[in-house]
Design a protein around this ligand. Structure first.
Ligand SMILES: Nc1ncnc2c1ncn2[C@@H]1O[C@H](COP(=O)(O)OP(=O)(O)OP(=O)(O)O)[C@@H](O)[C@H]1O
Ligand SMILES: [Mg+2]
Length: 480
């Protein structure tokens, strides 16, 4: 009986609505709809915004949906009764979100809003070449009509920023390396990655404390400088050149920076790139909040600048015997990489570097003298950071890391010897690592003293005036 009544009323409603649409004059229909909407607004003065999970022509996962999911995660744990769990960081941790048809409340500047998680399932079978989309997930935001402006202008921007920041913290940080271009295709991407799990930090980095603090301040200022860079019309990027002998901590410094900033690292192998076009394609495929690293930049002949390499080539060629000349020519011909200095300079200055923002570009070299001045000119490399041989202060950091001591009677002697020798932090660290079970602190320090004496007596040169000058000026700040 009840079913019959329901069917009867629905049919009557449909009939009346059809009559109304077909026979009522249009201006009367408009008036009735206008007043009808006013009545509904009066009875239910709330607005709603829906955020679908997949949007656009290619049905990409919506950034807004992901940001909202992350933003609501903590709030859902507190107030939703049913939760869903998703693995992040390649399964290392879980993100909780509210289950379907749950609702959580939020407050912004004293305004109360409600978020609900929903899904719709298709009512009929669809035939498609693509896998069927079983359900459409979406978030719905409900708020009072009178707060519409503040919600659409400020609250949503706040939710997006917060959500993105939470996502950034939850994600697995990655160390990317470029694949040879012959392998690039739809299945093999330009970059391969592994989880970036380097343990280096500024605490464990051995170097002069003031210089270390200057570098930390510089990168902190950069990270917080979004508005500043915007206001001066400059791309939000920064370039560093790390130079110093092998084993002085250049790579360790990069890892410490990446960990401090929580950025990904793109380790660019220039020799695997054929030409500037490929270089550009690779760079376009990188994301913001990342450090692009080109290690040992001087090791590619082309990058030393055409003027330098031509000069060098003429000199070398005139010194060579005919057979060596032929072998050299053949080698040059088989070397594929035609990446040029101007290609690399474009990577530092070009439009690419401003896409996505928050990019740090780091070059390392053992021989700063070999670099073309164009590469390190003012404004291109913002900071030149020298990683020098181990000084006493750097040694104290290593002693604290490796031996867990802040002082010892032998420190004075070690300090004196360090002042007279060129030993890298890597070599010092090697002497502080336990070689056998049960070795005590004194044994390590004595071993280091012996090694320092051997280096000194073995003719290790004292830093010349040029090096001394550079050591005293670890960081040569360049004008921005
Ligand atoms: N300043 C330092 N602070 C802490 N550890 C260091 C430092 N320098 C070197 N080490 C230790 O020595 C090892 C080698 O250092 P690293 O690879 O950073 O040197 P590098 O300057 O990059 O050398 P290369 O020029 O050969 O690439 C590191 O794994 C680290 O353990
Ligand atoms: Mg290195």
């Amino acid at each position: 009986m009840a079913t019959f009544t329901f069917f009867y009323s629905t049919a009557t409603f449909v009939f009346i609505y059809a009559m109304f649409r077909d026979h009522f004059p249009q201006h009367l229909q408009d008036d009735i709809q206008k007043y009808g909407r006013k009545l509904v607004n009066f009875a239910y003065p709330y607005s709603q915004i829906t955020f679908d999970e997949f949007t656009g022509e290619y049905m990409r996962r919506s950034e807004a949906f992901t940001a909202i999911e992350n933003y609501l995660s903590d709030k859902s744990v507190v107030s939703a009764k049913r939760l869903k769990a998703d693995a992040v960081k390649d399964g290392q941790s879980l993100v909780l979100s509210m289950d379907y048809h749950e609702e959580v409340a939020d407050e912004f500047n004293g305004i109360k809003v409600w978020w609900s998680s929903n899904r719709t399932t298709p009512r009929s079978l669809q035939f498609s070449l693509f896998p069927a989309v079983d359900e459409k997930r979406y978030y719905k935001l409900t708020f009072h009509n009178r707060h519409k402006q503040i919600i659409t202008e400020s609250y949503l921007a706040w939710v997006m920023n917060e959500g993105k920041a939470i996502k950034q913290n939850n994600r697995l940080r990655k160390l990317y390396t470029n694949n040879p271009s012959k392998d690039w295709n739809g299945f093999n991407p330009k970059w391969s990655y592994v989880a970036f799990e380097h343990p280096a930090s500024f605490d464990t980095l051995a170097m002069d404390a003031n210089k270390k603090q200057e570098i930390i301040n510089d990168i902190n200022k950069f990270k917080m400088g979004r508005d500043y860079y915007q206001s001066i019309g400059k791309a939000w990027k920064r370039g560093y050149l790390l130079y110093g002998p092998p084993g002085t901590g250049k790579s360790t410094m990069i890892a410490a920076m990446a960990n401090h900033l929580e950025y990904d690292v793109y380790d660019l192998e220039l020799t695997a790139i054929k030409d500037n076009t490929e270089l550009r394609r690779l760079l376009i495929d990188t994301s913001g909040k990342s450090i692009l690293v080109i290690e040992d930049i001087d090791c590619s002949l082309e990058l030393m600048g055409e003027r330098e390499s031509k000069k060098r080539k003429i000199k070398e060629d005139s010194d060579m015997d005919p057979i060596s000349k032929k072998v050299k020519k053949e080698m040059e011909e088989t070397t594929d990489s035609k990446v040029t200095l101007s290609g690399v300079l474009n990577c530092v200055d070009g439009l690419w570097s401003s896409c996505g923002g928050e990019r740090i570009i780091i070059f390392t070299t053992n021989n700063i003298e070999n670099l073309d001045p164009a590469l390190i000119r003012r404004g291109r490399m913002d900071l030149l950071i020298e990683m020098p041989f181990c000084c006493f202060e750097a040694f104290k950091v290593l002693a604290k890391n490796y031996l867990k001591i802040n002082s010892h009677i032998l420190f004075e002697q070690i300090g004196e010897l360090l002042g007279k020798t060129n030993m890298t932090p890597a070599e010092v660290a090697e002497n502080l690592i336990p070689k056998f079970e049960g070795e005590n602190v004194e044994l390590h320090l004595n071993r280091l003293i012996e090694a320092l004496k051997a280096t000194k007596n073995g003719g290790a040169c004292r830093p010349n005036q040029k090096r001394k000058r550079r050591n005293s000026n670890l960081i040569n700040k360049k004008k921005k």
